[in-house]
Design a binder for this molecule. Sequence first.
Ligand SMILES: [Zn+2]
Ligand SMILES: [Zn+2]
Length: 352
Amino acid sequence: MKAAVIKEWGKPLVIEDVPIPTIGPGEVLVKINVSGVCHTDLHIWKADWAGAKAIQEATGVRIIGHEGAGVVKEVGPGTTLISPGERVAIGWYNYVCGVCEYCMQGLPHWCPNAKYTTLHVPGTFAEYTKVHERVAIKIPDGIKDEEAGPAACGGGTSYGAVRKLITIAHLPPRKWVAVIGAAGGLGHIAVQVAKAFGYKVVGVDLEPKRVEFVEKLGVDLAVDATKPEEAIKLIKEKTGGGVHAAVVETPAIGGYDLAIKILRPVGYMVVVGCPGDAEGPIPITPFINVVTGIRIIPSMVAMPYEYKEFFDLILEGKVKYHIEAIEPLENLNKIFKELEERAYVGRKCVKP
Ligand SMILES: [Zn+2]
Ligand SMILES: [Zn+2]
């Protein structure tokens, strides 16, 4: 099968013919129709995160991509939840055990036995990818593959992050929520989910053309943070003293710095976007944390019950995906460059 393969970290991916994955008990083989391109792919390709690279060095997996959607071609022995011919999406989680203390608490994100698509199991920038039935995301009728693929990571991640404002922060509707990195593949979804939940939304991004796109998403305030001091002043003025919560979607540490400065006291910062290790930690000292009362909520991808809710929002027309383009797999190196330069808004997909 055709796949985009990392030969050297950060060097152009090479399109190669590789064996189709073999499936074991409970696993399903998916013929990938489209795969979204996530900023995480860029980080992993460049080996920006030491932890991720260490796993890949051990497993030898060099095919990335974790926003695939397609059709189940084959199922392994003992598979009971999924049948051949069903449409599924594949996200970051490729396997969770279902029986450890985290899985049993409904927090399989921290399953110590978890396997990740891209790190442990070859990813979706390929004609076929396998996934365990437990974490295969069933695609409802009415959801297109180019929505379901990007939903498997970016969309679900954004939904899961904003959802925590209700389940963890107990933040009522009509409060101000800032989405930082609002024009991106994750951010443009977070903005719409926050609006659907009844929040007043500040969409923050860089450069006029991206902010224009954010305006069209129905935000209450769109802000260009190219000049951060001006942006902070404007947001504080318009929100009457700062936002109640900031969802940081951008994988840049500057986004966290901005969030800390626009939050009102005892506000919530939801941590989503992961910059490369070289950018350093979230810039908040214990002193600043204590005096501002900022509460930090980490949020990692989504789980099957959240995808169902998220797909409902799309089906109800409350969230619309912006798919900038679906391009051939061969264009992946070009797309990585564009993504790095923030050259497009929303999501791009590739077709293997
Ligand atoms: Zn587990
Ligand atoms: Zn991702």
